[in-house]
Design a protein around this ligand. Structure first.
Ligand code: KG4
Ligand code: ZN
Length: 342
């Protein structure tokens, strides 16, 4: 085809992702995850992640090219997540991308991980409506963004002031004796539970909190409330109704996420809301967002679960937009920036 072939590399957390995109067409999304190596620690161990990226990088690039039926020499541009994320993990991706770009004599594009979570939706649902709002919820981040141009103007409206939404899912799952990562397990168990059984707190929604934190999130108080509730049951020698706790906890998280996202949409008069990140796979979040958004005339876009979690295709997708919008490539001294603002 005439459209540029873009290779994207993602290593900001525990997934080694290599994606190949031609224009807006996804050719392949190869992911090697070290999640099992972290499971026994109950969270991602940075040093373990970096080492796993080093081992997985070359085989994952080879696998991606093989599956897409392209040669490395056919690649027209190399995109890589340069931040935010785990410093050591990012470095592996950035160094690999530089080596590739230099070796192939092709431009290098350092991209922002959060913007890439937004751009990936173009691979599934076509051109992104701009402006739109993006709610990004994963194990590492929970942000509400105003997207004017995904390649260079993404404004943060709010973010979590403590735990990320996915982190809260993982911690509560652990408390309930469910495996890591806990989000999918809570989602599954909650289907058998009653979401109004327990009235857990909605963080940063009081009138006073809204003054300073209208679009920010807080999930650590919720996690503590769940822990106390479970403890009280255990101390009383009563069984813990796991499904009800899971459903009520999930309801509290989704309620706040959807409420604030739609509040922002109405404030700005924006009619499109994109939800991304691993937690976007949550079935209750999807259903609630669609139901409440429809009531206020907002359209919801959620990429399929495989594109919501960290992957290389999202980086390739954003890289591809940068190429087509004529953005300036990055210099070969592109740094990895663990706390890169969006
Ligand atoms: O985007 P992601 O793969 O990695 C980063 O953290 O960046 O997100 C992983 C997070 C984990 O916390 C996991 O528990 C959560 O997404 N997650 C879910 C679901 N599937 C994954 N949370 C709630 N419901 C789900 N169905
Ligand atoms: Zn992510």
């Amino acid at each position: 085809g005439d459209e540029p072939l873009v290779l994207g590399i993602e290593t900001s957390c525990d997934e080694t992702g290599v994606g190949l995109v031609r224009g807006r067409t996804l050719l392949v999304d190869a992911v090697a995850s070290s999640v099992e190596e972290h499971a026994r620690f109950g969270g991602v161990v940075p040093e373990v992640a970096s080492r796993a990226h080093l081992e997985a990088m070359v085989p994952t690039i080879e696998r991606a090219c093989e599956q897409a039926g392209v040669r490395l020499h056919d690649v027209d541009a190399v995109a890589v997540t340069s931040g935010p994320g785990l410093a050591g993990a990012l470095l592996v991706g950035v160094a690999s991308a530089k080596a590739l770009a230099l070796g192939l004599g092709k431009p290098l594009y350092g991209v922002n991980h959060l913007a890439a979570h937004v751009a990936v939706d173009e691979l599934e649902h076509g051109p992104l409506p701009e402006p739109c709002l993006a709610l990004l919820v994963s194990g590492g981040h929970s942000s509400l963004l105003r997207v004017l141009d995904v390649t260079d103007t993404v404004e943060p409206l709010g973010a979590t002031i403590d735990d990320a939404a996915g982190e809260a899912f993982d911690k509560v799952a652990r408390l309930l004796g469910l495996p890591f990562p806990g989000g999918p397990h809570i989602d599954r168990v909650a289907r058998e539970g009653d979401q109004v059984a327990i009235d857990f707190p909605r963080g940063l929604t009081s009138r006073r909190d809204l003054e300073r934190h209208r679009f920010d999130f807080s999930f650590s108080g919720l996690k503590t409330a769940v822990a106390r509730w479970v403890e009280a049951r255990e101390c009383a020698g009563e069984p813990v109704p796991v499904a009800d706790v899971a459903a009520s906890f999930q309801e509290a998280v989704c309620d706040v996420l959807v409420r604030k996202a739609l509040d922002a949409a109405q404030q700005d008069g924006i009619e499109d809301l994109l939800i991304g990140g691993g937690v976007a796979a949550n079935s209750r979040l999807r259903a609630m967002a669609e139901e409440r958004a429809a009531r206020v005339g907002v359209r919801v876009r959620v990429p399929r679960p495989g594109l919501c979690t960290d992957n290389g295709a999202m980086v390739a997708a954003l890289g591809s937009s940068m190429v087509s919008r004529g953005r300036t490539p990055s210099a070969l001294d592109l740094p990895a920036d663990s706390s890169m603002p969006v």
